[in-house]
Design a binder for this molecule. Sequence first.
Ligand code: AMP
Length: 503
Amino acid sequence: MDIIAEIKTIAKEDPNRPAFVFRREQISYGELWKRSCRLALHLLGEGLDPKQPVPVYGHKSVWMPVCFLACSLSGHTYVPMDVNMPNGRITDIVDAVASPLVLATEEMAEIRGAHQMNRQVLEEICLGDARPAGEDISWPGLAADDIHYMIFTSGSTGKPKGVKVTHANLNAYLSWSPSLVEGRRGIFLNQAPFSFDLSVMDTYTGLATGSTVVCLDRDLIRDVTSAVEFIRQNGVHYWVSTPSFADLAMGEACFDAKRLPELSHFLFCGEPLTPRTVRSLRERFPDARIINTYGPTETTVCVTAAEITDEILKTESLLPVGYAKPGTEVYAADAEGRRLPGGQVGELIINGDTVAAGYYHNDKQTAEHFFRDEEGIASYRTGDMGYVRKDGMVYCSGRADGQVKLHGYRIELGDIEKNLLTLEGVDGAVVLPKLRDGVVHSLAALVLQKEGWDSSYARRKYIRQSLGERVPSYMVPKKVVLLNAFPMTMNGKLDRKALEELI
Ligand code: AMP
């Protein structure tokens, strides 16, 4: 699989086939290829260092994939940045890659030292009279070890870390990901911003299968009724999102198979998928397949997948994240990095052909997380706790750092959360430690309460009391905050930072 060659083939054989649909625009494979070639030729004349990473700023528009592809054709790594990112983070990224050029498909704040090529200029280059010809020249392109894209994830140091995903990583991922939809061509939903690697699942699996990718912008994501209508109009088959976004959609009564009869697959990644979400989806889409996938950005989108069947739902309270894809191994390791036997909980280690090339200009963090195993295979320490059943099924049970000590007691926050979930009227729960001088001094529970319930003192007292009946008293959070909805990040994940501000 070479994704660039695939796109070119479709562009030549079936140029009018739609590649991306946005709210007001769409672009065919032929047009995507043409514009990308013109921009690539222009980039080659910009005098950039051959391997210079190029930040691409914007949101959901045809110009984003055009810029990505143009970077790949001209041999540059692209670095997606979304309009939802705060300016400080954007400056950090542009500084980190020391790029003299930013492809700005939306208006953006000036950044010292970086020249912006804005949408008007992009249009002139790709659509204007003076546009360069040259679709069939021999492009420098990307070698297997070149960095295809770099996605910046939040780092514990407060500065984002650039994950270097190589061209070979992406191609290896795409040799497998079409199997999530039985290799079929169809209509994919894109919900995640391009700066979140979940978007790679829909965007590139879509392109690799000659499919059409239908993109939701942030206004549609906020207005679920219109989003559902947009999805219906476009006949989406393959839903790709975090479970949280599906939960949000289920707030709409019209989100069901009657309204969306074409929807055949739900592909989830990025955070735990709960039995509650699967059960609700089952009720609304009895015939759709629900697939849980798992993996960090550092191992290219996701490396495991399992269909969550009724059988699994009936028998498992922690849903599995699936079997490793071919070319990948997932195992649990003890604190010394030794492989644990099947079923024993340890840190999940991922090795294989989609393990990224480390963090950009960050040898220390790279050495902490990436290593070569005894056979020389690229490996990554995930920081996730979990276990692998003897038959290879992987379970992810939380973060390695989900354990706290409170007054000497060892407590798993997930333990409290699970117990809270058993209480009547509790629809979701997150427990956070409150720190003083870096030491945990109490716990707080943020509880998603059943619709229509009030958040009175009596209700909070009931929760603490009932929980006290299930766990030792030192595990009962001192503070209980009742919420009607959990805050979410721009990537559609639970916003833990915003939750922390509530306690
Ligand atoms: P990101 O790099 O933003 O995709 O985040 C990766 C992390 O999200 C993983 O290391 C896990 O902690 C979590 N994660 C991703 N997928 C799942 C899943 N299916 N179940 C549980 N946690 C997940």
